[in-house]
Design a protein around this ligand. Structure first.
Ligand SMILES: Cc1cc2nc3c(=O)[nH]c(=O)nc-3n(C[C@H](O)[C@H](O)[C@H](O)COP(=O)(O)O)c2cc1C
Length: 320
């Protein structure tokens, strides 16, 4: 079943501060996959905060981007959905799963799993405000004593959501423990709208396992893509062909890292790009030989000339 208009059962997970335009471009350059933005705060969007508007602006991206909104106010949600549409959103996803304190204290993110009437009002207001498809991403419930994911999923369906994404953890789990795929399967059998399963997918095999185990229509992959922007396309390919893609070789990893840095510099300028590149460098070299030394050298660099020298020296040493 196609969830959006394109033929892929894989979604790149929204990740704040990570799935920005440079990363989305890079992920898309490898091929298949549905792409979701970072979350966009509706109160900042409504105030036309320039930084937030820039995050929400996907008009120049040559592929469809699901723009995710987060907040807790029904009217602001409707206005923000219209703004996101003007800024090129292909469809709107509503974040009802973020566990972070400053978000839930604002009656937003996972806090909405405790307030079904408000969550329903928000979904309906967004559905009424825009012709775009509207989806919802949420967790199993607030904590293990309050698991309400099946009721929540049915509420989303009744409120007009086109599809839902279920992350198999509660708010109190944050990212710890193992995602509960049994409850994702319960959701899948309880609703008719498509369900995207999320939590602990790391490759094509685990993606297929989740689909077979839960019956979900698609999977969403987050942390495993950190330092591996090719993974979404690899999983997509595996689900379509059953063929595992060979491991990316070291020289190629270096080229992709450099391409990523190029995108960061173009989008953010050198100062911010250098700071941001530090976390990516750590992820790209995870598991590689002598990675600790490389990371330590890289985080001390103060300009891109030195940064590139450190990258070149490290990757040449791997080839020796
Ligand atoms: C650094 C980070 C930022 C995240 N930001 C968002 C976000 O903006 N919106 C959202 O719905 N989920 C966010 N998530 C949750 C992921 O989308 C995903 O649900 C979670 O990581 C579980 O999937 P995984 O096991 O494939 O990583 C974030 C996760 C991480 C690690």
């Amino acid at each position: 079943m196609k969830i959006l208009d394109f033929d892929s059962q894989v979604f790149l997970a929204p990740m704040a501060g990570i799935t920005d335009k440079p990363l989305r471009n890079l992920v898309h350059s490898f091929g298949g996959g549905n792409i979701v933005s970072e979350m966009v705060a509706i109160n900042a969007l409504e105030r036309k905060n320039p930084k937030t508007c820039r995050i929400a602006d996907v008009r120049d991206e040559p592929y469809p981007v699901v723009v995710q909104l987060v907040g807790g106010n029904t009217e602001l949600f409707a206005d923000s959905a219209r703004l996101a549409e003007e800024l090129g959103a292909y469809s709107i996803d509503i974040n009802m799963g973020c566990p972070v304190k400053k978000i839930v204290n604002n009656n937003s993110g996972s806090a909405l799993t405790k307030d079904l009437p408000l969550a329903s009002k928000i979904i309906k207001s967004v559905v009424d405000a825009t012709p775009l498809k509207v989806s919802v991403k949420f967790r199993l419930g607030w904590d293990h004593e309050h698991i309400n994911v099946v009721d929540f999923a049915k509420m989303c369906e009744d409120s007009g959501a086109s599809y839902i994404t279920v992350h198999g953890r509660t708010r109190s789990d944050f990212y710890s423990g193992t995602a509960n795929w049994d409850l994702i399967a319960d959701v899948k059998s309880a609703v008719k709208i498509p369900v995207v399963g999320n939590g602990d997918i790391v490759d094509g095999i685990s993606a297929k396992k989740m689909i077979d185990y839960t019956g979900v229509d698609a999977v969403m992959v987050g942390r495993a893509t950190l330092g591996a922007p090719w993974l979404v396309a690899q999983i997509d390919n595996y689900l379509k062909t059953g063929v595992e893609t060979p491991v990316i070789d070291i020289e190629k990893i270096k080229d992709i890292l450099l391409l990523h840095i190029k995108g960061l510099r173009e989008y953010y300028g050198d100062r911010t790009a250098l700071a941001l590149s530090r976390k990516y460098v750590c992820w790209y070299c995870k598991g590689l030989h002598d990675a600790k030394r490389f990371r330590e050298q890289y985080v001390r660099t103060v300009d891109f000339d030195t940064a590139f020298a450190v990258i070149n020296e490290y990757f040449s040493s791997l080839g020796e």
